[in-house]
Design a protein around this ligand. Structure first.
Ligand code: AMP
Ligand code: MG
Length: 351
């Protein structure tokens, strides 16, 4: 398939890019577009054939539902058939924003968008390029992340070019994603509301608006049917086998990385670490810096770029340092754990 590519950071390509992307959607095509969380691969959410092209392009299992994107808050009924008082409160507080709200599904949506569920996850992005694109389409846009199924989500234009060129009708290149992790998914089709996937909108932020403690169900051990569709699949994995280092001091984490990366076993290795470790890892390479351990916005925005970098340098094994839990760092930990084959709890290890 020939893919038309437009760079929306170039003002001379903006209008044509948006209009060509919207006409591809109207014809039943699929389009990659930037958002503040990760790049999305969109189709007309009311067109079942267009939606099935998304599953085909990604190699995504069809029982894993897609999020439906709208351009303006008043369009919520294009996707949902009912909006409760609590849902309205969250929409007013966090839409536009990096959150998806699960509501009863509108009958106008194609059934394969929600994998046959009676509920739909609705999202209104902040990213102006995303909103201009969705508004130009004049219909709700079903979109998962624009990566091949199982791989880390794309957060930079070069990531989508690698995964999706030749697999979709149009690619709209934008700036690097400012959040860099997928939206918080909140289930409001149940009472009390609960978090199905952590993201930049934290449980504390949701609880403050709703006036009660919003709990998470994503940590529960999976027995039988997963709470959120999609939980049973592997996610975010680079080619390298990843070891996550949790709850360690910079010195202890650096010592472990030095020891395991220094072994002469003929395996290609890489480390992804907080800036604070760089001085302790002299002579070790290659190393990717996540930025400071005190700068969650930066390390969250860099995680998927770091996991993809492990593939670029041909690593077979990679070591990644993890932050302490809380707030947006919970989203980082959730994605890193899913990307990892080994998690080392370093609490108690002094160096
Ligand atoms: P992504 O995998 O980035 O495409 O995001 C879609 C994710 O949103 C799915 O894997 C689910 O975890 C979640 N999701 C989408 N629709 C629903 C729904 N109706 N109910 C619960 N979770 C949903
Ligand atoms: Mg995804």
């Amino acid at each position: 398939m020939d893919t038309l590519t437009f760079d929306l950071t170039d003002p001379t390509q903006y209008e044509r890019g948006i209009s060509q992307a919207a006409s591809a959607i109207t014809r039943g095509g699929i389009v990659v577009f930037p958002t503040e969380t990760v790049y999305g691969l969109g189709a007309d959410a009311t067109n079942a054939d267009a939606v099935s092209s998304i599953f085909r392009a990604k190699g995504r299992p069809s029982d894993n539902p897609l999020i439906v994107h709208i351009a303006d808050r008043e369009d919520i009924f294009l996707a949902a058939s009912a909006v409760s008082a609590d849902a309205m409160k969250l929409a007013e507080a966090f839409m536009p924003g990096p959150v998806s709200i699960v509501l009863p599904k509108s009958p106008s949506l194609a059934d394969n968008v929600t994998a046959g569920l009676s509920t739909v996850a609705v999202r209104l992005p902040v990213c102006p390029e995303a909103r201009d694109f969705i508004r130009a389409c004049g219909r709700p846009i079903a979109a998962p992340s624009a990566n091949l199924s199982g791989k880390p989500s794309p957060t930079r234009a070069e990531h989508v070019m690698r995964d999706m060129e030749g697999r979709c009708d149009v690619i709209l290149k934008g700036y690097d994603c400012s959040v860099g992790l997928e939206s918080t998914v909140v289930d409001l089709s149940v009472t009390p509301a609960c978090i199905l996937r952590p993201g930049a909108i934290s449980s504390k932020m949701l609880s403050e608006v709703l006036g009660y403690e919003v709990r998470s169900s994503y940590r529960e051990k999976l027995t039988g049917a997963p709470k959120a569709p999609g939980m049973k699949y592997t996610h975010y994995k680079p080619e390298a086998s990843v070891t996550a280092l949790e709850r360690g001091t910079p010195a202890a984490m650096a010592e472990l990385i030095r020891e395991e990366m220094g072994r002469e076993d003929g395996i290609r290795k890489a480390a992804v670490v907080f800036e604070e470790l760089l001085g302790l890892l002299e002579g070790i390479s290659p190393v990717y810096s996540l930025g400071s351990v005190d700068d969650p916005v930066t390390y969250c925005a860099r995680l998927y770029d770091a996991l993809r970098w492990c593939d670029t340098v041909g690593a077979e094994k990679a070591w990644v340092t993890a932050p302490a839990p809380g707030g947006i760092s919970d989203a980082f930990l959730n994605r890193l754990e899913k990307a990892s084959d080994r998690v080392i709890d370093m609490s108690g290890k002094e160096a």
